[in-house]
Every structure is written in structure tokens, then in C-alpha cells.
Design a protein around this ligand. Structure first.
Ligand code: ZN
Length: 523
């Protein structure tokens, strides 16, 4: 039996007459019992009529002419001419049967709430080969359904209020919610995973109804301030948000002047759009070495033209995209090196967000194989400590980045001929404070500022009268090249100043990035 009460009777009658489907009737009676919605349309229809005629469903005989026997063609939903408005029809024939298109949901709670449609969705999901343990169904409905819902609400508002019910429009169960109650549970059963409110895996279905798109248009004239022409001309201004806002503003009187209540019938039902699936991103992290002096960290594009054929992130990403079966990624790292700088030692921590992954489960062995595959794919880079991480853990990489230290090794050229003794003094300098104006070479992308940085320690090895190597341990974020040549006096003090000659940096290597995330994985 349906959980309907006597007070619902006039509402049900009115909605039936207006051309509402059984499930929309349940919604407007604010029935929160999900199982009622899961009845087949035929059974629900039968039960509603049984309720109206005060007959027990069980006592119904086949001679009751169940409406399911009717075809769509012989009932185009026109009201019986003999019926006059306002006359309660208790046992009279309804003016529509369950096969005419519902004036409110435009078929969403009819044709699309059946096992056939669910089967189509589940087959699509299976064909996409996602790995998922739960799912959530999301539904997008045409905006005009809101207008029709409002119109129908105004149609029964009087009956609701007469019965002194404290119900409001917000108490009406939403089409979306009812649809999910029915289809989501069927889908979850078909795919063998539970449906939950917050699942990383979303199956999205959408509906459109081109024939009734004009339903919203009067709102733009009455509530013009709710509708803003969007920059993207392809997109309709009649977004659900705008329509909701307009319906909250418009008075009942104005609405009823412009729009029929109950809403007009239509011959056609909504059309389902293609189902889409989306899995929340997954994250991997590791450390990379860069052995090339002609490899940028990220694709290098100047004026729309690509300068270098590859990049660190692309070399790492390619095998990952294939393995996780995803289309795109976001790369981040603890600092970055210039295209001509190598990163040696234990490497630089990086993390990668893999968007909409189809595959997610990898055991330690498989991750190790993946790392090996990346390392085999190019001799310009090498990665280690590859692991799956959480989005939250990625924050550790950027934590206190400024306080960390980095070690470098640089090949220095000196204009003045030097001996080993000439450069010894450099090794005695500790915690040298320098002031760096934003370097000229990055001024186009960084704001002009003076940054205080610390060179913690330095040491030198003499090579020949014009060359030596310089090892430095510095605060993260120090511009090493500028510290050496001075950047036209923009970095003070600088190495040239300290040595009282012109110096330049020929090669630079990052020797270590002292960030202890991600955790090291023993080889
Ligand atoms: Zn409906």
C-alpha cells in the first residue's frame, strides 16, 4: 500500500487531471518512502487509483481495466469533455494514463526510471573499464522543469493550504532526488557496488527537452536582472541557477499571468544525453633527476611555438597516463631548475595529479615496474621513490619550502687568473646574507621585489687559472646564477664582488633538495 493519507486525495485528483505521472504525484504529496517510487509505473498507477476508489489493491480484478493495457496513441492526454473543473472526481476515469508524457517531469520519472534505461547506463559504465568501489549518480535536468514544477505547485497550493498542512514548495521531493532513488539503486545492483553520497566515482546522466525550451523565456522579461548574457554565446542564459533565482523572486500573480498552471501537455518526452563517467583524481609522487642541459621542466612554449621537444613532466607522465588510463595530468614539484641546469643527487621531489583515472589499483611491485618503465623510456631523466599518495600528503612538498636548503655545484669562470690560494677565502664565509632583486631573466613572470637569502656554506676546488668549481648550500629560492655574476648589481653582495673580478657561471647542477617528502623507498 502507498503511504498516502486522506489529505492527499484532492491533491492526487488534481495532479492526475493535470497530467502528472504517478511518481510526480508522490513527490507533490511529499512521500519520502523510497520504495514507493521504485514500484513499476503500472503498479504505482494501479495503487493510486485503488487509493482514490478506496479499494484495496489486492481486491482488484483484471476486469478493472488496468491502464497499462492502453497504448500511447489512444490517449493523447486530452481531458474528457464532460469533466468540469473543480468537481472532485473520485472514481472517474483519469484524464491521462501512465503512458502519456508527464507535464512536470517530461518523462524523466517515467521512461527513464526503468530497468532498460539503467541497463544502458550500466553497459556504458562497464565499457569504460573504470576501477571503482562505490558510485554516485548525478543527474542534470533541463531548466524548464523548474518552471513546470513551480506551475504545478501553484496549481495545488490552494488544496495543500486548505488542509492546513504546513507544507511548502521545499517539502516537495525533487525530480532529481526521486530519479536517484530509483535509478541509482538499480545501477548499484547492476554494477555490484554500493551507491553512496560522496563517491570518488560519478556516473552522470543528463536530459534535454528542446520542445519546451521556450518555457523559461518569459522569466527573462519579468526578472531580467536574474539572467546575464554569458561570454560563451553557445551557452544558454537559462541556467538552472538563474531560473531558480527568478522563480524565488516572481510573485504568484505575475507567474500565473505569464505561464499556464498546470503546465501544458507535450507529446514528446525528454531525450537522454550521453552518459559520462568521472573518477576523482589520483596522485603519485617521487623524485626526479635531470641529466640534460637542454630539457625544460615543463613544456617550453614561446609565442605559441614549442622550443624544446620534450620536458621532464612529459617524460614522467607518458607511461603514467597509459597505466592509469587517464587523459591529462597536473605536475608540481619542490622548486624548479632552469633548462640548462641538471638535478643530481637524490633528485627533486615531484607530485602528479592524474585526472579521471580509469585504473587506480597498483601494488608495490607494479609501481616499481612503472618506475622502471619511465626510467627505461629516456636517458635524460631518472626517477626514484615513485609511490601513490593522497592529495593531502602532497601539501608536505610545499610546506616550509622557503626554510629548506638546497645544495648546488657550479663551474665558475674567472677573468683574473687565480691560484688555489686566491679562492680559499670563499670556504671561510658562513651564512652570508644577500639581497636579490628579481633577476632580469624572470622579471617578465615574477613581481619586482628584493628578497633576502642566505648562502649557508661554500667550498671550492681549483681547476686551472680561469676555472674552479663552487659548492654551495643555500636557502631554497636563492638565485645561484645571479649570486655568481651579480645580475648588473641587482644581487648584492655577489661572487664577482667578493673576488674583485668578473666571474661567470658556466654550468650549474642541483646536488640536493632537502625536502623529506615523499618518503624514500628502499631500492
Ligand atoms: Zn512526472
Amino acid at each position: 500500500m502507498l503511504p498516502l493519507k486522506e489529505k492527499d486525495r484532492p491533491i492526487i485528483q488534481k495532479l492526475l487531471q493535470a497530467g502528472c505521472c504517478g511518481r510526480c504525484i508522490l513527490r507533490f504529496c511529499c512521500i519520502g518512502d523510497q520504495s514507493a517510487y521504485r514500484l513499476s509505473s503500472e503498479d504505482l498507477w494501479k495503487d493510486l487509483h485503488a487509493f482514490l476508489s478506496n479499494t484495496e489493491v489486492a481486491s482488484q480484478t483484471p476486469s478493472d481495466d488496468p491502464p497499462s493495457k492502453r497504448t500511447k496513441l489512444d490517449s493523447d492526454g486530452k481531458a474528457d469533455g464532460g469533466e468540469t473543473e473543480g468537481v472532485p472526481m473520485v472514481t472517474a476515469e483519469p484524464t491521462a494514463d501512465e503512458s502519456s508524457v508527464c507535464v512536470v517531469c517530461l518523462g524523466v520519472l517515467q521512461d527513464f526510471c526503468n530497468p532498460n534505461f539503467t541497463k544502458k547506463i550500466s553497459e556504458y559504465v562497464k565499457s569504460e573499464e573504470y576501477q571503482f568501489e562505490t558510485l554516485v549518480l548525478s543527474v542534470s535536468l533541463p531548466a524548464q522543469l523548474l518552471v513546470r514544477e513551480h506551475s504545478c505547485w501553484l496549481h495545488i497550493k490552494k488544496e495543500v493550504r486548505e488542509k492546513n498542512m504546513v507544507l511548502d514548495k521545499d517539502d516537495v521531493i525533487q525530480v532529481k532526488e526521486a530519479f536517484k532513488w530509483i535509478v541509482q539503486s538499480m545501477l548499484s545492483e547492476k554494477l555490484g557496488v554500493p551507491a553512496v553520497m560522496k563517491s570518488p566515482f560519478e556516473v552522470a546522466v543528463g536530459f534535454i527537452h528542446p520542445d519546451t525550451e521556450a518555457d523559461c523565456h518569459f522569466l527573462a522579461e519579468v526578472c531580467s536582472d536574474c539572467f546575464h548574457t554569458s561570454k560563451n554565446k553557445e551557452r544558454s542564459v537559462y541556467t538552472r541557477m538563474a531560473v531558480v533565482k527568478a522563480l524565488e523572486k516572481i510573485t504568484d500573480k505575475k507567474f500565473l499571468n505569464e505561464y499556464p498552471s498546470p503546465p501544458a501537455r507535450t507529446e514528446t518526452a525528454c531525450v537522454a544525453q550521453e552518459t559520462t563517467c568521472l573518477h576523482l583524481s589520483t596522485y603519485v609522487a617521487g623524485r626526479y633527476n635531470k641529466f640534460s642541459r637542454s630539457l625544460p621542466q615543463t613544456p617550453w612554449v614561446i609565442d605559441g611555438e614549442r622550443r624544446m621537444e620534450s620536458s621532464v613532466e612529459e617524460l614522467i607522465a607518458a607511461p603514467l597516463l597509459t597505466a592509469f588510463k587517464c587523459e591529462s595530468f597536473n605536475f608540481s614539484s619542490s622548486g624548479r631548475e632552469d633548462v640548462d641546469v641538471r638535478t643530481l643527487g637524490n633528485g627533486r621531489p615531484f607530485a602528479m595529479e592524474l585526472l579521471n583515472p580509469h585504473r587506480l589499483k597498483f601494488n608495490k611491485m607494479e609501481v616499481r615496474q612503472l618506475q622502471e618503465e619511465i626510467n627505461q623510456s629516456s636517458d635524460k631523466i631518472r626517477i626514484r621513490d615513485l609511490q601513490l599518495v593522497t592529495r593531502e600528503a602532497m601539501g608536505h612538498m610545499k610546506e616550509g619550502e622557503e626554510d629548506k636548503t638546497k645544495c648546488y655545484s657550479a663551474l665558475i669562470w674567472s677573468q683574473k687568473a687565480i691560484t688555489e690560494d686566491d679562492i680559499k677565502f670563499i670556504g671561510n664565509i658562513k651564512d652570508l646574507e644577500i639581497a636579490q632583486k628579481t633577476p632580469l631573466r624572470v622579471l617578465h613572470r615574477r613581481p619586482l621585489a628584493v628578497r633576502q637569502r642566505t648562502i649557508h656554506t661554500m667550498s671550492t676546488s681549483h681547476l686551472n687559472p680561469h676555472h674552479f668549481t663552487l659548492q654551495l648550500k643555500t636557502q631554497a629560492g636563492t638565485y645561484i646564477k645571479e649570486f655568481v655574476h651579480g645580475d648588473f648589481g641587482r644581487t648584492k653582495p655577489n661572487l664577482g664582488e667578493l673576488m674583485k673580478t668578473e666571474v661567470d657561471i658556466l654550468e650549474l647542477d642541483v646536488e640536493s633538495v632537502d625536502v623529506d617528502w615523499p618518503p624514500a623507498i628502499p631500492e
